[in-house]
Design a protein around this ligand. Structure first.
Ligand SMILES: C[S@@+](CC[C@H](N)C(=O)[O-])C[C@H]1O[C@@H](n2cnc3c(N)ncnc32)[C@H](O)[C@@H]1O
Length: 311
């Protein structure tokens, strides 16, 4: 192999600035987490090692998600005193949490480092930026970008997720005009924006493995993502600053995301990096990989390995 070829690095990102969330321990297929005042146990297939904390610590959990064999199936086993909903703060962002039918509670805490990154990309342009958040769920990214002053278009196929995201907007004290809410299919919307000539300075997408648009449109990552990401390339504005893709629950390497982002952003210059977003447990410092990401940014900053992945 030619030694002049510079290989991209897989970056490991954690979110050390959390005050109100912690991964307390992990192991034996589970994770023990503290979300504000509430301690939870959730299944975690990647935690194939032994737990470090005592049974007494684990027994303090107020609820545990008991999975069934089918994907995302299961139910919560709660202690009598369990709150219907509660809040968790990250810096100036506030999130409303509750137990959902799946093991989710309304935020992906490992995304906090990406919320910070989006805000960092927006800091020089703030109010003049149009940001699109596709598959936005309960709006973690949307709230972060809106708090940085951007005008955000938040899209999701679920009415319930959009309602929850609106509650997070209010809880975070953001004005009602900071976010445009779209109940739509991700791919159809981006294709329509391309035809209309609408452009964005930043795009964020966290597509699931499988999903459905509001009219039953089928989303399958490997079939639909190539078309969607090309369409995203078309709606990046000439002065675009960033594009962030996160992927959960798929087997893709973050290098896959690096390759495609390098392709669609080649005409803009800038930098592409990739890696894994991880939670680090307090009990043993072990890194639990939650998702892969790829991101493109126009401007250089102090991120590790940036020079290695120059487009
Ligand atoms: C993995 S979650 C995104 C998590 C979120 N980005 C975060 O970090 O909080 C996936 C979301 O995609 C939405 N979804 C699934 N299929 C969709 C489609 N075809 N178009 C738009 N949204 C879709 C779901 O309703 C769900 O809210």
């Amino acid at each position: 192999m030619n030694d002049k070829v510079i290989l991209p690095q897989v970056n490991i990102l954690t979110s050390p600035d959390w005050q109100e969330y912690a991964l307390l321990d992990s192991g034996e297929g589970k994770k023990l987490e503290q979300f504000g005042k509430v301690r939870l146990i959730r299944p975690e297939a990647e935690a194939v090692w032994n737990r470090k904390l005592s049974e007494t610590e684990w027994n303090q959990a107020a609820a545990e998600f008991i999975p069934t064999a089918e994907e995302n199936g299961g139910h919560w086993k709660k202690k009598a005193s369990f709150p219907a909903e509660w809040k968790v703060r990250y810096k100036d962002l506030m999130f409303q949490l509750m137990l959902s039918n799946s093991k989710q509670v309304g935020i992906f805490p490992e995304q906090a480092c990406q919320w910070d990154w989006v805000r960092q990309q927006l800091s020089p342009i703030g109010r003049s930026a149009q940001v699109l958040n596709l598959f936005g769920y309960t709006g973690g990214m949307t709230i972060a970008a809106a708090a940085a002053g951007a005008k955000v278009t938040h899209l999701d196929a679920s009415k319930k997720a959009i309602q929850w995201a609106k509650e997070n907007q209010t809880a975070s004290g953001l004005g009602s005009d900071s976010i445009r809410w779209m109940l739509d299919d991700g791919l159809k919307f981006v294709q329509r924006e391309a035809r209309r000539g609408n452009r964005y300075q930043g795009i964020i997408l966290d597509p699931p493995k499988f999903g459905r648009g509001p009219k039953g449109e089928v989303w399958e990552f490997y079939k639909s993502f190539p078309e969607l990401i090309q369409a995203c390339g078309e709606i990046l504005a000439p002065d675009a600053r960033f594009l962030l893709v996160t992927a959960y629950a798929i087997k893709a390497s973050s290098l896959t995301l690096n390759n495609v982002l390098a392709e669609i952003t080649a005409k803009f210059g800038g930098f592409v990096t990739n890696g894994e977003v991880c939670l680090q447990d307090r009990s043993g410092g072990r890194l639990l990989s939650m998702a892969v990401y790829g991101r493109w940014q126009k401007e250089r900053d102090s991120l590790p390995n940036l020079e290695r992945t120059m487009v």
